[in-house]
Design a binder for this molecule. Structure first.
Ligand code: ADP
Length: 456
């Protein structure tokens, strides 16, 4: 019986009709209450039976069509069946999408590896097999750092070192250069992407070799030219005045070129020396700084107020010549870009993050948009001013490379018209104490300030 197509109304109607029929029959038999009770129990039993069938059908995986049923039960079976069909369709769609996604990532020429929070490998594509040497399925669940064992890679995964991407040789073929990037997603999952950039590395090598070879080839003719110019300058008084001026101009330009060639060769050498951990000899930084400070005072000739604060017990493990070049470059820049009457201060101090060398000046400063470009080769904010001061535009590029050989970074803060501060941050692993007896007395952490030098 259905009332208005509402299965609930039909079910209630059936229950009421059952009770009414039982009541009438019970009246006739003289036991109306017992008859009602039997009818209610029979209804409950039929409900239990239907529930049992439903549960059985669901447990069987809802594979077959719903069993025959009436009223509200038929409606219930149909609804569960419809939901099941809809879920199955969605699942099939998702599985297809996932299959297509995996196929496209698998066809990807680059390596893609999904890592969990512990660096364990959850999944990887065929590219990861080719470029990183990962093997399916035995490498699933392994820590990727056990399989790709380059120190730069370990630091990179732990978030140390340079941000962005790193370049390392492929563990599968050391002639391949891989660029590795890490993309974080979800709670603590990461997608590791590795790309073969060997052709770019080769091009970069060709460029470096070219610059180094040209610079090298220029050195000999320049030495000859400057030699003859020096001889001519020595005989300066005997030359006609117009020749004296010409020889002087030629000498200046030849010196500039010699400077440029020297800087280019130095940069080429720093770039080709790929091992960042190579220089490791004890370097007496305080002694180097005291020499440089003296030179700075001589060159300033009292035009600037110079202050210094040097920790005499702070040495470094590194390359003395490279470090001297770094400090000298920053001090020369401070002198060149600070007008007369300005102040230049240098500080050499330790803290828990390592050792730091800071040169601060009250010079012309640098606009914010130029700061990130200062370490590019030949970048100058004002090329004319730089050239006039004998600058090659390579100084800070050399500083950056020499520092990276020491695991150190350059930090620049500046404001136009206010001044600049250049800081070299050396990691704690590079910090050394001086060997006994190698102390400069009286200079531990004490600022050694001076009024502008008068006659040096
Ligand atoms: P340069 O030989 O031209 O000095 P660098 O590489 O040493 O080359 O410096 C690059 C540029 O950075 C300089 O041309 C100058 O514009 C700017 N610069 C460097 N140091 C300072 C400073 N202390 N104050 C202002 N500008 C600076």
């Amino acid at each position: 019986m259905t009332v208005g197509g509402n299965p609930w109304a039909a079910e209630i109607g059936r229950f009421v009709a059952l009770l009414a029929g039982a009541l009438v029959l019970g009246q006739l038999a003289g036991h109306p209450l017992e008859a009602l009770l039997v009818a209610a129990l029979a209804y409950a039993a039929s409900l239990l039976l239907q529930l049992h069938r439903l549960e059985h059908w669901i447990r069987a995986g809802k594979k077959s069509h719903p069993p025959p049923a009436r009223g509200i039960w038929s409606e219930l079976y149909q609804q569960v069946h419809r939901l099941h069909l809809r879920a199955r369709k969605r699942k099939r769609k998702l599985a297809n999408a996932l299959k297509r996604l995996r196929q496209s990532v698998a066809a990807f020429p680059d390596a893609a590896v999904i890592l969990d929070g512990e660096d364990g490998i959850e999944w990887f594509n065929a590219g990861a097999g080719r470029l990183l040497g990962l093997k399916m399925p035995e490498d699933l669940g392994q820590r990727v750092t056990n399989l790709v064992r380059h120190p730069l890679f370990q630091d990179f995964l732990e978030g140390r070192g340079e941000p962005g991407a790193i370049e390392i040789p492929s563990p599968e073929d050391e002639h391949l250069v891989l660029s590795i990037a890490l993309i974080r997603y979800g709670a603590d999952q990461r997608l590791l992407l590795a790309r073969d950039v060997s052709h770019l590395a080769r091009l970069e090598q060709v460029r470096r070799d070219f610059v180094a070879n040209v610079s090298h080839e220029l050195r000999t003719p320049l030495t000859v030219i400057t030699g003859y110019l020096e001889t001519l300058e020595d005989e300066g008084d005997e030359l006609p005045p117009v020749w004296q001026r010409s020889v002087q101009a030629m000498s200046e330009q030849a010196n500039r070129m010699t400077h440029l060639v020297q800087d280019l060769l130095l940069l080429a050498r720093l770039e080709s020396d790929g091992d960042p951990a190579s220089p490791h000899e004890p370097v007496a930084v305080p002694a180097i700084l005291s020499g440089l400070e003296e030179e700075l005072r001589l060159r300033s000739a009292g035009r600037h107020r110079i202050e210094s604060s040097v920790d005499a017990r702070l040495w470094l493990a590194g390359d003395a010549q490279q470090l001297r070049g770094v400090f000298n470059n920053l001090l020369e820049n401070a002198l060149q870009y600070t007008p007369d009457g300005g102040q230049i201060s240098l500080r050499w101090y330790p803290d828990e993050a390592g050792a730091h060398f800071t040169v601060r000046d009250t010079g012309i400063g640098i606009a914010p948009q130029h700061i990130s470009r200062l370490t590019e080769r030949f970048f100058r904010v004002d090329a004319g001013r730089s050239r006039a001061g004998g600058g090659t535009g390579l100084g800070l590029a050399i500083v950056k490379h020499a520092l990276s050989h020491h695991g150190a970074h350059l930090r620049i803060e500046s404001a136009p018209g206010v001044g600049s501060s250049f800081t070299c941050d050396f990691p704690p692993a590079r910090v050394l104490e001086p060997p006994d007896g190698d102390l400069e007395p009286g200079s531990i952490g004490e600022p050694r300030a001076s009024a502008p030098a008068r006659d040096s």
